[in-house]
Design a binder for this molecule. Structure first.
Ligand SMILES: Cc1cc2nc3c(=O)[nH]c(=O)nc-3n(C[C@H](O)[C@H](O)[C@H](O)COP(=O)(O)O)c2cc1C
Length: 231
């Protein structure tokens, strides 16, 4: 598969192809935990010289797979593309051109958001061959996933981590690596006294946030940089 012909030169004047990284915000809030971590991942990718674009999935009008099965139709020459036309189509075209995608999602009732689930199905199901269950995708896209949640690190490690590693397995049809970063015990609101959220200790939450969130931002930066540097 051809990547976009964007390149830069090293100090010897040799062409180095510029990596394309697509950042997908799979949460509804534009300036909260998930979005901030994605912004840091974006900075990390940009610091490694990649071209980066961010798209908010919640701004797009799309659904899960419609089971049109055009991707499995024998008349279709390129089977790994989603042929359903809706608000996700333009973004999927950018995914197919990307070297890596970084998806952010808050955890809702123990799972990523519905938008992230629908995106995952739309971007991977076409690449699943119903002939032999191998991938038909001819390129390679690495996938970084940033999850945010109220759960603390211990709860994540015991309950969510194994589930999330399984949950995102369809991305292996894109032939790259999948890496998950978890930001736990996030600050859900700036002022807990204004909400019926008595089960949270605001002082503890804020202390944890002050100590841990900068480290999570750094980990997100490193993830973006790594994905933009990987061969
Ligand atoms: C509808 C809803 C359901 C949630 N369910 C969970 C959950 O099951 N487990 C959890 O740890 N956090 C849960 N949370 C908390 C969010 O995952 C957490 O606040 C996250 O950091 C929000 O991301 P944001 O700040 O980017 O919006 C839930 C939040 C909402 C709004």
């Amino acid at each position: 598969m051809s990547k976009l012909a964007i390149s830069t030169k090293n100090h010897r004047g040799e062409e180095i192809p510029m990596k394309k990284i697509l950042i997908l915000n799979g949460g509804p809030r534009k300036n909260n935990n998930t979005a901030k971590l994605l912004a840091s991942a974006r900075e990390g990718a940009a610091s490694a010289g990649a071209s980066v674009e961010t798209i908010d999935l919640y701004n797009l009008n799309f659904t899960d797979c419609r089971s049109c099965l055009a991707c499995k139709n024998k008349k279709i020459a390129v089977p790994w593309k989603c042929y359903w036309k809706d608000g996700l189509t333009e973004t999927l075209e950018k995914v197919y051109e990307a070297d890596a995608i970084i998806i952010g999602s808050p955890i809702y009732f123990g799972e990523p958001t519905g938008e992230v689930r629908s995106f995952m199905v739309r971007s991977t199901f076409p690449a699943l061959s119903y002939d032999d269950y191998e991938s038909t995708f001819t390129g390679k896209i690495d996938v970084g996933i940033i999850l945010t949640m109220n759960a603390d690190q211990d709860y994540y490690d015991e309950h969510y981590k194994p589930r999330m590693e399984e949950y995102f397995w369809p991305f292996h049809f894109l032939n790259g690596k999948t890496e998950i970063l978890a930001s736990c015990d996030t600050l859900q609101v700036p002022d807990y006294s204004r909400y019926r959220m008595a089960s949270w200790d605001e002082t503890k939450k804020k202390a944890h946030h002050a100590e841990q969130f900068p480290k999570d931002l750094q980990a997100a930066f490193d993830l973006g940089k790594r994905l933009a540097s990987q061969q």
